[in-house]
Write a protein that binds this ligand. Structure first.
Ligand SMILES: C[S@@+](CC[C@H](N)C(=O)[O-])C[C@H]1O[C@@H](n2cnc3c(N)ncnc32)[C@H](O)[C@@H]1O
Length: 291
């Protein structure tokens, strides 16, 4: 059997199961099983290469097993064990939130806020796999980067990612609301992609609803903003005067989160930014002068 025939059959099965990008997922799973780069697999496919060992060999069997699990809507990144984020390959799986491309907007806004500051201090609250903290550490190697995560399982992935990337991140385990007591008033930029989904807004995608941990999703309170409010309050304590908070939120919270921050009196200015799809996504708040 050729790679092309195998991929066509797998794509059809994934499409029938409602997988959103069946052709790419079929290719990425096969590249994973074969241990080849995607571009290399695509070249081999065009050249009419056969599947090593045939359809019923070890590779063919391993591939079919992954395709079946993907038809059950297990996230692609759980099957490959890897998520790509801001140019990094991060280890992910059950128990940790899979980092999303839209969160890269927050990384870019943080990098802009850090421009012109030498050896800045940055903290990522609710770090999950460590994606945002590691992206900032790789793009600003002169910075002191801290990150905190409450879930033991997620923290384990973050620690593995700190080790595998070799990037310098001071990773801690515990509630963001009480974190980095030793850095209070010293931080230039705080980033956070906290849990923020309102209780009634159960995610449509099976991959999210059944595989991202609940602790990563629901923000608490009627508007889903209880935890984001608490995390922003901790950010206000950590930041120096003029320091910047960048917080991701749901597209329906583009007005409510900025309004909630303005109410506190902690912030001199608050504005909201859209993601690449044009949806409200990140609130940027500048710390008011500290007494
Ligand atoms: C939406 S996920 C984001 C993860 C990561 N920042 C990212 O963008 O991929 C939210 C994360 O916050 C963690 N979390 C929830 N409540 C927390 C708290 N009170 N303190 C620290 N982390 C918390 C969850 O376990 C989860 O890993």
């Amino acid at each position: 059997m050729t790679l092309d025939r195998l991929l066509r059959a797998a794509t059809a099965r994934l499409a029938a199961a409602g997988v959103p990008s069946p052709a790419v997922d079929a290719e990425l799973l096969l590249a994973h099983v074969l241990g080849r780069e995607l571009a290399d697999l695509r070249r081999a496919r065009l050249l009419g290469e056969p599947l090593p060992g045939g359809e019923h060999g070890a590779t063919g069997t391993a591939y079919q097993e992954l395709v079946v699990r993907r038809t059950a809507r297990v996230p692609l990144q759980h099957l490959t064990g890897t998520a790509h984020f801001a140019g990094l390959d991060l280890s992910v799986g059950p128990g940790v939130f899979v980092p999303r491309p839209e969160t890269e907007v927050m990384v870019e806004l943080a990098l802009s806020a850090l421009e012109g500051i030498e050896r800045p201090t940055v903290v990522d609250l609710c770090t999950g796999s460590g994606a945002v903290a590691l992206a900032l550490a790789s793009r600003r190697p002169d910075s002191r980067v801290g990150a905190v995560e409450l879930s033991v399982e997620a923290h384990r992935y973050a620690a593995a990612n700190v080790r595998s990337t070799g990037l310098a991140v001071d990773l801690r385990l515990g509630p963001a609301q009480e974190s980095f007591g030793d850095w209070v008033g010293e931080v230039h930029v705080v980033t956070s992609n906290p849990p923020y989904i309102p209780p009634g807004a159960v995610p449509v995608d099976v991959e999210v609803r059944e595989h991202d941990p609940e602790l990563a999703l629901y923000g608490g309170g009627e508007d889903g903003l209880d935890i984001p409010r608490e995390v922003a309050s901790r950010a206000a304590e950590l930041l120096r005067s003029g320091g910047v908070l960048l917080m991701e939120h749901a597209d329906v919270q583009g007005r409510t989160l900025p309004a909630a921050l303005m109410e506190t009196g902690d912030w001199a200015s608050v504005e909201d930014h859209r993601d690449l799809a044009g949806l409200p996504r990140v609130t940027r708040a500048v710390r008011a002068g500290r007494p």
